[in-house]
Design a protein around this ligand. Structure first.
Ligand code: PLP
Length: 372
């Protein structure tokens, strides 16, 4: 897309790889061994840049990765990422030769899908998804699971399921999660009893690990917490984690406006008094949610500055009336720290979404700058 650093003097993402290493270490304290850690790096590693993130993870000994698509998996292999790469979602059966060629592991999303793959007569490794109550992907009945184990081209090296309310810990949510856990345990026990080698079992993602750490099995699929971020408020992380990503821009223009003048498209902001405003070259085209218009803040020189007017595709305006010593070229921190902090969780709350969405919507146009 964009040449690596050509836009880095406009707006950019900083990735703190030492924070990533730290988070992996912290999260591994919940596990028996680091081998259980499966890094979820779909959607460009939640916007962090999946190639560099996986290279770093490989360097510290992480050898298991999960992505959402075949394309993501192939990019990793083309960049020499080692270890197992599990595709968590659907891959068109006609691409099965690529699954084999790149030594990828495909999820069997249901029995019909498994049948279609088997019909291709290509030997591949698969993990079998079991639906224990989320009703997204997975096989529901034990009989069907057993039938799939009889296939000859699909080599089942793992079985897994996914919890759908493990991030909430009200009694009702816990009941449901325990039902899912029971169902998972029941299925794998019955399969083993019937003599099938299920390979590796895995159930937990980030919040599963926080709230149900006794069910780690062979792998834990670690996404959002590895990036040092909570999905939403209230922050739940019981181990201290460090945010890996910061989002920065800079002031390119400062101007004075008079009382009653308006700012931006739709004239949605009107000055209540004479004020000083600044233009910042970042907008919704960079993935900054337009819902933050007239609502969000950024940090300039260690002080909060409100976003005023509607966020444009490539730019936005901020109120810098109260900011001391402001100059063109001053750094604007949208996510991250400059004496004070602004967390992605705050932006997520203000825009009624979760951190995950904000992060993975950060546009490829923003250069990622990696700090060791
Ligand atoms: C995305 C995903 C994960 C990672 O979830 P986090 O909450 O980010 O840790 C784990 N498992 C599956 C099946 C997923 O789709």
């Amino acid at each position: 897309m964009v040449e690596k650093y050509s836009d880095s003097h406009r707006s950019w993402i900083e990735i703190d790889l030492s924070a990533l290493r730290y988070n992996v270490k912290q999260l591994c304290r919940f596990l028996d061994t680091q081998e259980q850690f499966m890094a979820v790096v779909k959607a460009n590693a939640y916007g962090h840049g999946m190639i560099r993130i996986c290279q770093e993870l490989n360097a510290i000994g992480i050898k298991q990765f999960a992505v959402a698509t075949l394309g993501e998996a192939i990019i990793l292999r083309k960049h020499h990422i080692e270890g197992e790469i599990l595709i968590l979602g659907y891959t068109d059966p006609q691409n099965i030769e690529e699954i084999r060629h790149y030594h990828l592991t495909q999820t069997l999303i249901d029995d019909h899908y498994a049948y279609l793959l088997e019909q291709q007569h290509v030997h591949i490794q698969v993990h079998l998804a079991i639906d224990t109550g989320m009703h997204r992907l997975g096989v529901e009945s034990l009989e069907t699971l057993k039938r799939i184990f009889e296939y000859s081209y699909l080599h089942i090296t793992g079985v897994f399921s996914h919890l759908c309310v493990c991030d909430e810990i009200t009694p009702e949510r816990q009941d449901y999660t325990y039902q899912q856990i029971e169902s998972f345990l029941h299925n794998i026990q019955q399969l083993q009893k019937a003599g099938y080698d299920i390979g590796k079992a895995h159930l937990l993602s980030s919040y599963g690990l926080l709230h149900y750490p006794q069910y780690c099995f062979d792998n834990v699929r670690m996404g959002i917490l590895m990036y040092g971020v909570d999905s939403s408020f209230p922050k739940q992380t019981i181990c201290s984690l460090k945010p890996v990503l910061s989002l920065k821009s800079k002031i390119v223009l400062i101007r004075e406006i008079k009382k009653n003048e308006t700012v931006g498209y739709g004239r949605s902001f009107q000055a209540q008094h004479d004020m000083k405003i600044a233009v910042v070259p970042i907008g919704y085209g960079d993935g900054l949610p337009r819902l933050l218009s007239n609502q969000g803040h950024v940090i300039v020189n260690g002080q909060y500055a409100p976003i005023i007017g509607r966020i444009c595709m490539d730019q936005m305006m901020i109120d810098v009336s109260d900011i001391t010593d402001i100059q063109v070229e001053d750094i604007v921190t949208v996510i991250g720290e400059d004496k004070i902090r602004q967390d992605v969780e705050t932006l997520a709350k203000q825009t009624q979404t979760i951190s995950n969405e904000i992060l993975c919507c950060l546009s490829p146009r923003l250069p990622r700058i990696y700090k060791y």
